[in-house]
Design a protein around this ligand. Structure first.
Ligand SMILES: Nc1nc2c(ncn2[C@@H]2O[C@H](COP(=O)(O)OP(=O)(O)O)[C@@H](O)[C@H]2O)c(=O)[nH]1
Ligand SMILES: [Mg+2]
Length: 212
């Protein structure tokens, strides 16, 4: 008889998705991972959903909705005319680094009307990635202000969109007045290696900032 339970290897949760590669900590109890939470923030259309989708080992929980004319007043589409969907609540994904460091990545909802969720979202997070689009740098100010004011360590990751002018990280740092000790890097949210570099940089920065 076909049963979900009997198909699973001994000791492996039948809840694990078939196509998901098993991580060492999922089969070996002695490899208890350190689980941490990371928040990804930034303006509308800056690549938050892309980032989570690029690195997640689990099917990201996304809540994209088709944008309708009703959202026109709320979401500025002038810079992203091809964008037809928007993240209604948030993105959620998981990535295992170094075998025993598990990051749970939460994308913030971009729209102003979801600001009330941020205090809940950042609770327990070790840090945040603030995504910046050089064509619309001011869109990430609210996120920068928020993390500065709540003291959550963050790094700034700059996405160069096709056709946009290239900038050095230091130019972006200056334009955003990001303090010298905070990492600012160029990232492509569509490339896994690039996103992992950013996440590692955030983990390192968060460790530096956190008092022992
Ligand atoms: N060139 C380039 N395009 C990107 C990058 N990140 C995202 N995009 C594109 O930008 C669009 C909006 O990204 P999305 O992740 O939905 O933005 P969100 O609103 O922040 O979740 C998508 O069409 C992506 O393919 C990037 O790093 N470089
Ligand atoms: Mg999104």
């Amino acid at each position: 008889m076909d049963s979900v339970v009997s198909d699973a290897a001994p000791g492996v949760s039948p809840l694990v998705e078939d196509d998901e590669p098993l991580q060492p900590w999922q089969t070996d109890r002695t490899r208890a991972p350190i689980a941490t939470k990371i928040v990804v923030a930034g303006g509308f259309g800056v690549g938050k959903t892309t980032l989570v989708t690029t690195v997640s080992e689990i099917t990201p929980l996304e809540t994209e909705a088709l944008m309708t004319e009703a959202s026109e007043e709320h979401d500025d589409l002038t810079a992203t005319p091809g964008k037809l969907t928007t993240t209604v609540a948030m993105d959620f994904g998981r990535i295992t680094l170094d075998d025993d460091l598990v990051l749970y990545v939460f994308g913030t909802p971009g729209q102003q009307r979801f600001w009330f969720m941020w205090d809940d979202l950042v609770r327990g997070a070790i840090g945040a990635v603030v995504l910046a689009d050089t064509r619309r740098l001011k869109d990430c100010w609210p996120a920068l202000d928020y993390f500065e004011s709540c003291g959550l360590p963050y790094v700034v990751a700059v996405n160069h969109f096709d056709g946009s002018e290239r900038f050095d990280p230091e130019d972006v740092r200056e334009a955003l007045t990001v303090p010298a000790h905070i990492p600012v890097m160029i990232m492509d949210a569509r490339r896994r290696i690039s996103v992992i570099e950013t996440l590692l940089s955030l983990v390192g920065h968060a460790l530096d900032e956190t008092p022992e």
